[in-house]
Design a binder for this molecule. Structure first.
Ligand code: HEM
Length: 520
């Protein structure tokens, strides 16, 4: 009753002049309240912040002005100037507390795991890509998928199956390199690796390659839609108004089209598998078959839509990350200033371990130096350079910083991988030897594969895939950068793509007595 009276009163006095006064008073109130931080966020004068916050908008204008190819440099600069803990506030998204130290990362991802989640904002932005798959899920749904997948990834037959797939797909890479070497044409190594990992994933997931390596200069619809949708979803993470932007531009319709194409293609494969059954001459099964044979907690088989989500999540998780790491590794080894003995040691190991033979599931365990090269590249250019989790229970970080429910904890493996305090004075040097005969760094120190209960499930899978293709390429070819002085610009995404690819030249290795280089 009292409210009705109040509303009546306000309406009676709601002249144009009064409305203006009310509006001005409210605006003044909000501008004063949010004078140094974004609307909707808590004021945190206890935290260091980069200069340039606006009333109501917080750091949004500052972030919007940073060119995409300099985003992580902004984080690195703040780390140097403000220390490992600092914060920004953004409208709609909220307050982000950056904590770039191994202790903080271990605290959030391991010790206090249940106080942090992916949260609805991430699910909304990435939902078209991830659906209800493992990446965007929390709680019971995440737990169920993690349990299923952990089991499957440990099945020996599956590991052997993947190993065979990588060899078959890497052979197609060699054919392409052979042609480029003979014709003397430059290649885009980054694109080649993206094709290799997508085709390998097609074969591992669905039992059939997507055919990208057979059509390198052309376009495969699935791959194009997959890339475009990944880029669209990544852009959403930087733009609180993405829904409006997409509704007003053609981006929204294209995202719908891409999502429909990818899902239709995946569903067709699943339905074909259901009607025709799994044809195999051995005991080896692909990922789809293993998940189709799995049951949920009630003992029911998984639905087709759910299977699509699961398989697509694995493809997204494993495709770009591994291809990017391989590309940055070949860049780092060949760039000006890198010790030339690194490549020689790597080739020597390939010759010693593989000779003229094809790699197998067992040989990759002996490629210790190649694995060190791969990890060292992931330290300097982590495939997931920046990450975030939303706090769901008030918490205190190891340095005493409070973090309240609804605020984000963010961290950057890119920044930590370049920190002298964490890695020592030679941090910017590409130095695989730091991985040899030393204790494995903690997950907090080397966080490129994440940490704690949600640590990357495909780490060994990625290493196996990488070592297979590295070994097979170096058995037969020498690769050099077209411009060894140029740092390839990175693109802003959830991962770390090379914006302009990686132009390389390729020559055949000279045949050597006692094995090593042979003709393709
Ligand atoms: C160099 C290659 C790779 C890197 C650097 C990498 C890194 C990561 C990172 C940082 C995460 C955490 C993401 C997050 O939750 O925000 C992650 C999660 C995950 N990765 Fe990888 N990954 C790689 C390859 C792979 C491959 C090949 C697969 C699959 C075969 C895979 C499967 C997964 C899955 C399923 C998760 C989600 C785990 C969970 O939420 O419980 N990854 N990976």
């Amino acid at each position: 009753m009292a409210i009705t009276e109040l509303v009546k009163n306000v309406l009676q006095h709601a002249t144009r002049a009064n409305n203006l006064k009310l509006l001005l008073t409210l605006s003044a109130f909000f501008i004063y309240k949010y004078r140094s931080h974004a609307i909707g966020t808590r004021r945190r004068s206890d935290l260091k912040e980069p200069k340039g916050a606006y009333p109501l908008l917080g750091h949004m204008p500052l972030l919007a002005m940073i060119p995409g190819t300099k985003l992580y440099d902004f984080f690195e600069k703040n780390y140097r100037e403000l220390g490992p803990v600092w914060s920004i506030s953004l409208p709609v998204i909220g307050r982000m507390i950056q904590g770039d130290s191994p202790e903080m990362v271990e605290h959030v991802l391991k010790s206090n795991f249940w106080a942090y989640e992916k949260g609805p904002l991430l699910k909304g932005a990435l939902g078209d890509l991830f659906g209800s798959g493992i990446f965007a899920s929390d709680g019971a749904n995440w737990k169920f998928q993690r349990r299923q997948a952990s089991h499957i990834f440990n099945v020996k037959a599956f590991r052997e199956y993947t190993s065979d797939v990588f060899v078959i797909e890497a052979q197609k890479v060699l054919e392409y390199l052979g042609k480029a070497a003979d014709a003397g044409t430059e290649i885009d190594f980054h694109q080649l690796m993206l094709h290799f990992t997508l085709d390998s994933f097609g074969a591992v997931s669905f039992g059939e390659s997507f055919g990208c390596l057979e059509n390198i200069e052309g376009k495969v619809d699935f791959a194009v839609s997959f890339d475009d949708l990944t880029a669209t979803c990544s852009d959403r993470l930087m733009d609180p108004a993405w829904k409006i932007r997409e509704a007003l531009t053609s981006v929204g319709a294209k995202a719908k089209y891409d999502k429909a194409l990818i899902r239709k293609h995946s569903l067709e494969i699943i339905q074909r598998r259901r009607s025709e059954g799994f044809k195999t001459v051995s005991t080896k099964k692909d990922l789809l078959q293993l998940f189709m044979e799995a049951t949920d907690d009630e003992g029911e088989p998984l639905s087709d839509e759910y299977l699509v989500d699961i398989i697509l999540n694995f493809t997204i998780a494993g495709r770009d990350t591994t291809a990017q790491a391989l590309s940055w590794m070949f860049y780092l080894i060949n760039r000006d200033g890198t010790d030339k003995s690194i490549m020689k040691t790597l080739i020597q190991e390939v010759d010693d371990v593989l000779g003229d033979d094809l790699p197998s599931y067992d040989t990759h365990k002996q490629q210790k130096y190649a694995e060190a090269c791969f990890n060292e590249a992931l330290r300097i250019f982590p495939s997931v350079p920046r990450n975030l989790k939303i706090c769901v229970q008030d918490d205190i970080l190891p340095d005493g910083t409070k973090i309240y429910a609804g605020e984000w904890f963010t961290w950057s493996s890119y920044v930590m991988g370049r920190s002298e305090a964490i890695w020592g004075p030679d941090v910017l040097e590409y130095k695989p030897s730091r991985w040899i005969d030393t204790e494995k760094p903690s997950q907090g120190k080397f966080s490129s594969f994440h940490a704690g209960p949600r640590v990357c499930l495909g780490m060994n899978f990625a290493i196996l895939e990488a070592l297979t293709v590295i070994g097979m390429i170096l058995q037969k070819f020498e690769l050099t950068l077209v411009d060894s002085a140029k740092l390839p610009p990175y693109g802003v995404s959830v991962t770390m793509p090379m914006l302009e690819g990686l132009p390389m030249r390729v020559t055949r290795r000279q045949a050597k007595e006692g094995g090593g280089a042979v003709a393709v």
